[in-house]
Design a protein around this ligand. Structure first.
Ligand code: XIL
Length: 714
């Protein structure tokens, strides 16, 4: 029983942590459908394959599940198909074509004319002298038509010419096109000819011009210019292939969007032909290939996921002109960039990454959501600070000054996305808005700047995750119960007590209700524990426990009581090591040192029936253990997102006068409500409570305190 409880709590506690990403990638179950299915209303999703991919049974299964278009990674290029003039080698290309024929998968042809992976015979003689234009065209026609004819039953489009536009910068007096041997012989006309030869062989095939750095503004203008001149000259060009060898730092989505808009002015078809998003800063032209085991940090995964998610959002927006998006390789193991560049949606073991789920699991409704521009500074900001901001829908917007940084990530985000990636403005400020509305209430967060962890200088700090973190408050619709009202207020004072068992001076905060100083009454006491990573500040600072009490008392909903909040000695434990946590030390401090101190220094009713213990998360685990181990100490027990009691484990039903069990609706509340029902059925005075729309966070626990207080000391 105890083991199960601990495991459950560990799972619960994971949710309390500011960034899920910091615990590494989670295992994702094998998908039952694929990217092609998720995108069926948008565009085909393709993949570039090698020989292994189409012969290994597991890889075949994955390809058939995920993709509905295929490109041969190398097998149909000029050199592999015809290394020497007239010596053709079709084996690999045929295998891939047959795979597509047999499985009814569409095949993109790649590529007929390229300066790389081409037999020199195409453009030079045995002595290395460039051929004449006529000889070049004869060779091109012979080669292009042999390939196109051979596969015209199965190939539906061709990347006819690849990478013929010059990279930036183009210096004055230099051509806009790459000075390849073909260009040197024939100028731009060789490109036109290649398209004409291909069209002659297969008039049905869609013909593409394909290139990289396709979203870089200057180069995309040159690509546009080339295709426009071709169109004007009547060349049969149908589409532009944007290779899409991107990285986690760029291109910006504004540039991708602008390039697609530009290209769609001149062609009706745009394909993303070779998509991968590597985690280093290289761009096309000078890539670092990085084989070996992937050594990827969580923040890099977050950047990659963000880039993939935002890219697909832009691609979906342009579904009218984009008809196919092809990944360049199946998995990181196959990637031409090497596994260390971590570029694809499937890892080196062919397992889907979190980014895969994020790309696949888009919500079409969110694509069209309009974020209201009524952002206001968060109420937890430092004096005079504008950011972070929150809008009326619960979106949070951040702005950080880090002019020399390469990446800034806010650890707050949605679901498993691991945060919000900020983007740099022209003025050096990094800004970004959460991808959707946040849950109401308080959230801890921090910034990750180029891999280092920092607080946001805009906000106050709150102790959580074993450090003072930044905090933001998304105003809750029911915030009135902890609002600052003009009612009598109690005090929160710090006390210091000597602990002989730990040989230390220890600290606690004590809430005494309004009028405590003015009367002689004695009060019951609630010992209230924080969660893992937090400390004795949590309940009155993040939790507003004192304000909740003041309001309950002012509204006549409870009889006043004292609350004592001390550090639960929780933070030496690492997550995952909770099972080995020793409760005895804290039990001694609490029961044998703090309780006597409080009874000796405050006007308490120093009896078990007037003493309660409750805690959130790991504080709930402590409460569970200590209340059962020391039945003579407390008469009321409360577990807030901190597990359950069962009737069997409470030895004497008369030892407890009330049990409260609560959690957030996003924490799997069924178990909580079932446990409360079981306790009630066994005759206990038990209350179960679920906080609507909240997770393992402080709004859940504020509400739990508000719901629990009226049942104490009755
Ligand atoms: C790459 C292949 O993936 C590698 O295996 C090969 O060694 C070199 O070519 N742009 C293109 C692709 O159009 O054909 C290239 O493919 C990657 C860059």
């Amino acid at each position: 029983m105890k083991k199960i409880l601990l495991a459950g709590l560990c799972a619960l506690m994971m949710g309390a942590l500011p960034s899920r990403a910091q615990w590494g990638p989670r295992a994702i179950p094998e998908p039952t459908d694929g990217l092609k299915d998720a995108y069926k209303d948008y565009f085909m999703v393709g993949v570039a394959v090698n020989n292994r991919n189409v012969t290994d049974a597991d890889q075949i299964k994955l390809i058939k599940r995920e993709f509905n278009s295929i490109t041969a990674e190398n097998a149909m290029k000029p050199q592999p198909t015809e290394p020497r003039k007239g010596e053709c080698n079709w084996e690999d290309a045929d295998r891939i074509a047959d795979f597509c024929r047999q499985n009814g998968i569409k095949l993109r042809g790649h590529t007929l004319m390229w300066h790389s992976q081409i037999g020199p015979w195409m453009y030079q003689d045995e002595n290395g002298n460039l051929l004449s234009k006529e000889e070049l065209y004869a060779n091109m026609k012979h080669h292009i038509q042999a390939v196109v004819n051979r596969y015209k039953d199965v190939v539906y489009c061709w990347d006819v010419v690849n990478e013929a536009v010059a990279d930036s910068p183009v210096y004055p007096g230099r051509p806009e096109l790459r000075e390849s041997p073909m260009y040197k012989i024939a100028g731009e006309e060789f490109i036109y000819k290649a398209f004409e030869f291909a069209h002659e062989a297969d008039p049905k095939a869609l013909l593409f011009y394909n290139d990289y750095n396709d979203a870089e503004p200057a180069k995309s203008q040159r690509i546009y210019n080339l295709v426009k001149r071709m169109k004007d000259a009547g060349v049969p060009v149908d589409g532009i292939g944007m290779q899409g060898h991107y990285n986690v730092y760029g291109p910006s989505m504004a540039d991708v969007d602008a390039a697609i808009k530009l290209y769609s002015q001149v062609v009706k078809h745009i394909h993303i032909t070779e998509l991968d998003i590597r985690i280093n800063e290289d761009m096309g032209g000078g890539l670092r290939f990085n084989q070996g085991q992937a050594q990827v940090s969580d923040w890099e995964r977050t950047l990659q996921q963000d880039q993939y998610v935002n890219l697909f959002k832009v691609l979906r927006k342009h579904k009218d002109v984009i008809d196919c998006v092809t990944f360049w390789n199946v998995s990181d193991r196959d990637s031409w960039l090497g596994a260390n560049n971590y570029p694809l949606l499937f890892d080196s073991n062919y397992k889907p990454k979190q980014s895969y789920l994020a790309v696949k699991g888009f919500d079409p409704k969110m694509d069209n959501v309009v974020v209201k521009e009524d952002f206001k500074p968060s109420e937890l900001n430092q004096p005079g600070q504008e950011y972070p901001m929150v809008n009326s829908q619960g979106y949070a917007r951040f702005r950080v000054n880090a002019p020399k940084a390469n990446s800034v990530i806010v650890s707050l985000g949605l679901g498993g996305s691991g945060g919000t990636v900020l983007h740099k403005d022209a003025d050096g400020f990094w800004t970004g808005t959460t991808a959707g509305p946040m849950d109401e209430g308080f959230h801890y967060y921090h910034l990750t700047i180029d891999g280092g962890v920092f607080n946001d200088p805009g906000t106050e700090n709150f102790y959580g995750s074993t450090r003072w973190e930044s905090g933001i408050e998304i105003p809750a619709h029911d915030a009135a119960f902890y609002a600052e009202r003009d009612v009598p207020h109690g005090n929160v004072q710090q006390i210091l007590f000597w602990s002989a068992s730990t040989n230390q001076l220890r600290k606690a905060f004590v809430y005494t209700p309004p009028q405590y100083e003015k009367n002689k009454k004695k009060y019951p006491v609630l010992y209230l524990q924080h969660g893992w990573g937090e400390n004795e500040f949590a309940w009155h600072v993040q939790g507003h426990a004192n304000l909740i009490m003041d309001n309950l008392i002012a509204d006549g909903k409870i009889q006043p009581f004292i609350i004592v909040m001390t550090y639960g000695m929780t933070n030496g434990v690492r997550i995952g090591g909770l099972g080995g946590f020793n409760y005895n030390d804290f039990q001694t401090v609490l029961c044998d040192e703090l309780v006597p101190y409080v009874d000796g220094h405050f006007r308490t009713i120093a009896k078990k029936d007037s003493r309660a213990m409750a805690g959130l998360s790991m504080g709930g685990m402590e409460t569970h253990t200590i209340t059962l181990a020391r039945p003579e100490m407390f008469a009321y027990y409360g577990l807030l997102s901190g597990g359950v009691y069962t009737p069997e484990e409470i030895q004497d039903p008369k030892q407890v006068k009330g049990i409260f069990i609560g959690c957030g609706s996003k924490e799997g509340p069924d178990r909580i409500m079932q446990a409360a029902a079981d306790l009630q059925a066994a005759g206990f005075n038990a209350k179960g409570y679920v906080s609507e729309g909240t997770a393992h966070e402080f709004l859940t626990w504020r509400r739990c305190l508000y719901e629990m207080a009226p049942m104490l000391f009755k």
